[in-house]
Ligand binder design. Structure first.
Ligand SMILES: O=C(O)CCC(=O)C(=O)O
Ligand SMILES: [Fe+2]
Length: 376
């Protein structure tokens, strides 16, 4: 019988030699011997193709009653197995939240209207159990001290399920007569917007664009913002939820998405007029084809509201100002998959304010990222 440390060292060696199945086998056993992160790595490795097996594996661990283990079972159920929030799932999330589990509380808060008693109860529970996370998310608002009642579980379950139904019933509005650009307000909750910004801002780096000649990322004056690319090692429940909302709104599949980009523009930064779709030269490059082919759609989400820094489509004469929680989607190609010339657009410069947003570029086919994060 090997120790956990020996198993992890062995897994590392296999990873270095690209021997993935042996490496994950070591993680599986290390997980069963009590190493939680090895167990989660293994579970997320098998979840895209075998979500049920991933949940069974986690549920059979010796520490299967730990909130973290239960939370990840629920996450796998929601995004890989059922692909929706159902009654059982929300009730278990509420039980974890009642016990003070921070991530469960944040997920539930993101599904709840502000200024309601349910919101105040969830906020209070987060403040009491996780004061540091509370302070970051609510910027020091000390109001939770007023709310001392315990969570009213049935009301929370009903609230979350009703919110899901109301979001599914929402319809997008075409902004131009051909429906190239569409918008939908109030899709992301304030908590989702604030959380995405706070959680991922530490990953910000200068933005890149793809070199039209060889497809390699490069710095260019055309795009001066900073960007955080939320790759699969950083995704969590909230970021996946945002992606699902973006894909519903644009009638695309979450599996076809590239990783989300979090963008920050400040001090005159901008994204000059450009196409998101690839040129014919870029489409001949294997790296682009392998990763799902042409970028057919773009979905933007604004994380704050501004009266500058609009997204502008000069050929369509459309100007959309950032509005917190609003999604905008547009087509980068026409019916024949040729570049949609009308999709030419820019992010206008900001002067006095910071502009925070998310961009999702969606490909014609599945991406490796999409399958890993949303199942196959
Ligand atoms: O900043 C904007 O409003 C547009 C961003 C954009 O065009 C992009 O990320 O592709
Ligand atoms: Fe763009």
């Amino acid at each position: 019988m090997k120790s956990i440390e020996q198993l992890l060292t062995k897994a590392d060696l296999h990873f270095q030699r690209n021997e993935y199945s042996q490496a994950y086998d070591c993680l599986r056993i290390a997980g069963q011997s009590g190493h939680l992160y090895a167990a989660l790595d293994y579970a997320y490795h098998i979840a895209p193709n075998s979500p049920k097996a991933a949940i069974d594996y986690l549920s059979a661990l010796p520490d299967n009653s730990k909130p973290t283990v239960r939370f990840h079972c629920l996450l796998i159920s929601r995004f890989y197995l059922f692909k929706e929030m159902n009654y059982e799932l929300v009730s278990e999330l509420v039980r974890l939240a009642s016990a003070g589990h921070a991530e469960s509380l944040i997920v539930l808060l993101s599904w709840t209207e502000q200024n309601t008693s349910v919101y105040a109860q969830l906020k209070g529970t987060l403040g009491r159990h996780n004061p540091n996370i509370y302070r970051q998310l609510f910027m020091g608002d000390p109001n939770y001290a007023d709310v001392s009642t315990s969570l009213c579980e049935d009301t929370i379950i009903t609230t979350v399920l009703e919110k899901q139904t109301s979001l599914l019933d929402k319809t997008k509005t075409a902004v131009d007569s051909n429906g190239i650009v569409c918008e939908m307000s109030g899709v992301l909750s304030d908590i989702e917007c604030d959380y995405m910004l706070l959680r991922y801002k530490s990953l910000l780096q200068p933005s890149m664009v793809l070199n039209p000649l060889n497809g390699n990322p490069m710095k260019d004056d055309i795009r001066t913002s900073e960007v955080a690319i939320i790759t699969n090692q950083w995704v969590d429940w909230i970021s996946r939820e945002v992606e699902v909302k973006m894909s519903r709104m644009s009638d695309t599949k979450p599996q076809h998405g590239e990783p989300l980009n979090l963008l920050r523009y400040k001090d005159g930064q901008e994204y000059k007029p450009h196409y998101d779709g690839f040129t014919d030269t870029q489409l001949k490059q294997t790296s682009i084809i392998e990763e799902g082919g042409q970028r057919t759609h773009t979905i933007l989400a604004y994380l704050n509201s501004l009266s500058e820094g609009a997204t502008h489509f000069p050929k369509l004469g459309i100007t959309i100002y950032p509005e917190k929680g609003k999604l905008v989607s547009f087509l980068n190609v026409d019916k024949n998959l040729a570049l949609e010339k009308q999709s030419y657009h820019c992010g206008q410069p900001v002067s006095t304010n910071e502009k925070w947003m998310l961009t999702k570029w969606v490909r014609l086919n599945s991406t490796q990222y999409g399958n890993l994060v949303h199942g196959s």
